[in-house]
Design a protein around this ligand. Sequence first.
Ligand code: ATP
Ligand code: MG
Length: 471
Amino acid sequence: MTALGKLLRTTAFKLTLVYLTVFALFAVFLLAYFAWNTRRLITEQITQTVDAEITGLAEQYRQGGIRRLVLVVDSRSRRPSSSLYLVTTPAGEGLAGNVGSLAAGILETPGWTETVYRRLDDQDSAEHKALVRVFQLPGGFRLLVGRDLDERERLQDIVLAAGRWSVAIVVVLGIAGGFFVTRRVLKRVDAMTETTRTIMGGDLAGRLPVAGTGDELDRLAENLNVMLERIEALMHGLKEVSDNIAHDLKTPLTRLRNRCEEALRLAEDESQYRSALETTIEESDALIRTFNALLMIARAESGQGRDNMIDFDVAEIARGVGELYEPLADDKGLSLKVDAPDAAPVHGNRELVSQALANLVDNAIKYGTPNASAANGAPSEIVVKAQGEGDRILLTVADGGPGIPEADRGRAIERFVRLEQSRSKPGSGLGLSLVSAVARLHGGELKLEDNHPGLRTVITLPRAGPGQVAA
Ligand SMILES: Nc1ncnc2c1ncn2[C@@H]1O[C@H](COP(=O)(O)OP(=O)(O)OP(=O)(O)O)[C@@H](O)[C@H]1O
Ligand SMILES: [Mg+2]
């Protein structure tokens, strides 16, 4: 398609044409109305003037008969003006006046007529138009009074010419303006199309240009850019998961396989086979747990967990998790305390929030044992707390362990990251990643803070009910 063809086919240009037609029609209508009204007004004025003259002449006739009328008409005819007069005998011979010739039959029809005439003093000139009134006088005499219409015609010509010019200018300016606007729009759309092409080509980092005018194209581009950002984040997440699977699951799977092979090769009796199988099952369980954790994180990060958003009581969940983990804490000599109001209504994904809280409590029990020197014999305390704050509910888990140094806090949240000091404990390094993904799914974030001593982890969730914050 040629550039011009493309331009002519745009919605903007078609709209311009529609507007132009409407405007041109309106302009024509307005001018016609104006012209018609001026003409009517001028005609009205002419009739009034002629009527006034007739009244004057009638008075003269009443006072001095036809003789006086002829005298007055004669004197008036000599004055330079656009008034026309004629007095004729019953036979049609002119007695006085400034009209040389008239269209045939005019003098025989009394009343108002529009006609062509020639002036007496100007016989050779072209015919002019006039509006005249004819009177039948007693005795067969006739009186004609009228006025030249040249001025009216001239004014009308001026108005019509002005009208034609203005319509022409409206059309030309309209089309030029249409081209200009359309070209601008087309340029921006072309730029957008160009960007979408690069994005389709696989470069997800491309963003649509925003002109900064805040118009509808800008708003569209901004929204599409937000969408692209989201898609890029999702693709990034997907890539990360596949990378994780490739790197972090391959090693344990290979280890598992090698152990089986070794057992086949080296085991001598049933008890050795049994123990090899038992280890295999244990490692498979750990792998399944890792897979589940990865899937859960992917679910939370892709926003899929949003499908199951319901209103539920997070205080009840806190108490449930507390009960579940209490024996485990006891075993480690830790006291687990739940500090929650009677009800803390939250809008969110119940399953993911329970899992996130369980992960935090699990960490607190696993890593929250104070160093022997700091403990002073007293049992360290783990506090699970749910509290309302505005339209949010804060969920906090605090322990009295060694905590995480500030520099490591960002890293600890990443997938498969386990800090040096906790390598001896079982785990895959996915617990905090899930908590963070769940927090983000609910429109908040996971915060790691210093509990002096120990670690305090906080997540915010939207409070349920009217006016809840959309996740
Ligand atoms: N309460 C805590 N006190 C001290 N360090 C902690 C605490 N919680 C987490 N960490 C550190 O952050 C790291 C990451 O925690 P995360 O829960 O993600 O993984 P994990 O507990 O090692 O494994 P998983 O939770 O998958 O079984 C831990 O390995 C640990 O070093
Ligand atoms: Mg953990």
